[in-house]
Design a protein around this ligand. Structure first.
Ligand code: HPA
Length: 278
């Protein structure tokens, strides 16, 4: 067995021992949005440090634990605090938890993130269903020997963000009277926010939002045949659009302001989510 596969299996075995039920939906929560994990009923908390080979989170606003339990009537496993390439992790580390989820029998993944608005019709506080992403440089998490147990060497990303789940998100938001955008998420490696010229370039290329996460995890999830829903919280307008400087504090503050609306939306989406194994 490939060494990476062995490590993933060991990590999954440890998590399985600790969980009291089979999770249906995996969740990765972005900066300032981890509050949903605190709403899980009968939570089983598994600090990353207790899971063999699991990376450990360093960024402010990321708690660093798996949270298993019930949310909106669904069995969920939440990654409270994700791993970013800019922290120095390899792309393999960044997607490690997604692969562990797959080995635990999870075929449905909800990913959220904080993002800058590139589309000038967006405003801070908007939510955006991710229809697709642009990741045009950096190492792929799938580079290296293919892990055939997950999927094929040449993976099709044409529906990486599951169309029915995008539809579910839009419908659910409409029912709740929450306005929601849809668009393309551009992945940039960070940790600097982008330059104004990069943001103009991304807009010309068709991006609506920009952030430093998600695309690697979704690439690995797609490779593993998982159904994916991605939602961005537009926490700020991207560089060069407004006169004020960009700060992580603004990102966290906007995340905090929308978190009630956001967690209502996610709960309703979870209750309407038809879990089928992909
Ligand atoms: N750029 C990149 N990542 C981000 C931003 C941004 O403007 N806002 C939140 N995450």
């Amino acid at each position: 067995m490939h060494d990476d596969m062995k490590k993933l299996q060991e990590a999954a075995d440890r998590v399985r021992q600790k969980l009291s039920s089979q999770p249906e939906i995996g969740m990765i929560l972005g900066s300032g949005l981890g509050v949903l994990a605190d709403e899980v009923e009968d939570p089983v908390l598994i600090p990353y440090g207790e899971i063999p080979h699991f990376p450990v989170s360093t960024v402010e606003g990321h708690a660093g634990q798996l949270v298993g339990g019930t949310l909106a009537g669904r069995q969920v496993l939440i990654l409270q605090g994700r791993f970013h390439y800019y922290e120095g992790y390899s792309m393999k580390d960044v997607v490690f938890p997604v692969r562990v989820m797959k080995l635990l029998g999870i075929s449905n993944l909800l990913v959220t993130n904080a993002a800058g608005g590139v589309n000038t019709s967006f405003s801070p506080g908007d939510l955006m269903v991710i229809a697709d992403h642009i990741k045009f440089h950096d190492e792929s998490p799938l580079r290296g020997p293919n892990l055939d147990a997950f999927g094929p060497r040449f993976n099709d990303l044409s529906a990486a963000y599951t169309p029915e789940l995008q539809h579910l998100a839009v419908e659910t938001a409409a029912q709740l009277g929450i306005s929601i955008k849809a668009g393309v998420y551009a992945y940039m490696p960070g940790p600097s926010f982008e330059t104004p010229a990069e943001i103009r370039m991304l807009r010309m290329l068709g991006a609506d939002a920009v952030g430093m996460s998600t695309a690697p995890e979704v690439t690995a999830a797609s490779h593993a045949g998982m159904r994916v829903l991605g939602i961005s919280c537009i926490t700020n307008m991207a560089a060069g659009i407004l006169p004020q400087p960009l700060t992580h504090a603004e990102v966290m503050e906007t995340g905090r302001q929308v978190r009630d609306v956001f967690s209502n939306l996610i709960r309703s989406i979870l209750s309407g989510w038809e879990v089928s194994s992909a």
